[in-house]
Ligand binder design. Structure first.
Ligand SMILES: NC(=O)c1ccc[n+]([C@@H]2O[C@H](COP(=O)([O-])OP(=O)(O)OC[C@H]3O[C@@H](n4cnc5c(N)ncnc54)[C@H](OP(=O)(O)O)[C@@H]3O)[C@@H](O)[C@H]2O)c1
Length: 249
């Protein structure tokens, strides 16, 4: 039976992915900063381990405690809707520490074993905001575009070792805690130049009238990457994401 380790399972896409793999008979190691066993159905195939992906020691401990895994999903991430000009060093650092360096460190932690076994799949969750220029997500997008870049090089590096590496690019989801978690980083509401942009963004991010991404779309895209050796390197997740990917190609 195959085992998947997923980061950031306390809500949103990570939680949906943990549920889907459990439902389909996999062993699931669901990691969370603050473990909440009540979020997932009790199962002898489920382990919930504490993990903050910005903590190198915690990564080593969690990977050791998890034992052999077949698939790593780097899903943990934070957002920030803030003009580039007003992005604080703390926000920029938090975005890169979590989204980029956390993903890199987790990937590096599993690769020795994947390479030794000549098997394993890494799935990095980035974002379709990397596909077109949008206001207010500049540094967030940079943190995810960096993951796209190193993931695509890595995929080439490790293909001959039997290790597959994929990117899942979700679209916008008003159904996760992403928007709420991004709120502390907002700056510029008191600036007459940026305030209208921020107010428009706050409305647009919760708009459900057009195509959006549902957490299960991301879970299905991760499933595709994990189970189909012919899956493409970049997989769009969500109706809006598919439109954006098609337009970018
Ligand atoms: N929602 C969107 O519109 C959207 C669009 C494109 C891409 N994405 C990406 O999709 C991924 C999942 O986002 P989501 O929408 O499901 O948002 P979410 O509901 O806020 O979930 C994010 C998860 O990441 C965890 N996390 C944050 N910082 C962490 C850290 N340092 N260490 C470990 N876990 C950490 C959160 O845990 P806590 O509960 O501890 O905070 C939470 O479990 C993210 O990488 C995000 O950038 C989201």
């Amino acid at each position: 039976m195959s085992t998947i380790l997923i980061t950031g399972c306390s809500s949103g896409y990570g939680l949906a992915a943990a549920r889907l793999f459990l439902d389909r008979g996999w062993n699931v190691v669901a990691t969370m900063r603050a473990p909440r066993p009540d979020l997932l159905p009790a199962s002898e195939r489920l382990r919930i381990l504490p993990l903050d992906v910005t903590d190198r020691d915690a990564i080593a401990t969690t990977i050791a405690d998890a034992g052999p895994i077949d698939v790593l999903v780097n899903n943990a991430g934070i957002g920030a809707a803030v003009p580039v000009e007003l992005t604080t060093p703390e926000t920029a650092r938090a975005l890169f520490e979590t989204n980029t360096l956390g993903t890199l460190a987790m990937t590096q932690a599993v690769l020795p074993e994947f390479r030794r076994r000549r098997a394993g799949v890494v799935v990095n969750v980035t974002s379709t905001v990397t596909l077109r220029p949008l206001p207010l997500v500049g540094v967030y997008s940079a943190s995810k575009a960096a993951v796209n870049a190193f993931t695509e090089s890595l995929a080439v590096e490790v293909a001959s070792f039997g290790v597959r590496v994929h990117l899942v690019l979700p679209g916008r989801s008003p159904e996760t805690r992403f928007g709420d978690n991004a709120r502390p980083h907002v700056r510029g509401l008191d600036d007459p130049d940026y305030a209208p942009m921020l107010e428009g963004f706050a409305v647009a991010i919760n708009d459900r009238s057009g195509p959006i991404t549902h957490p299960v779309d991301v879970a299905e895209a991760i499933w595709y990457a994990a189970t189909d050796p012919a899956a493409p390197r970049r997989i769009a997740a969500g109706a809006d994401a598919e439109e954006w990917m098609a337009a970018a190609e």
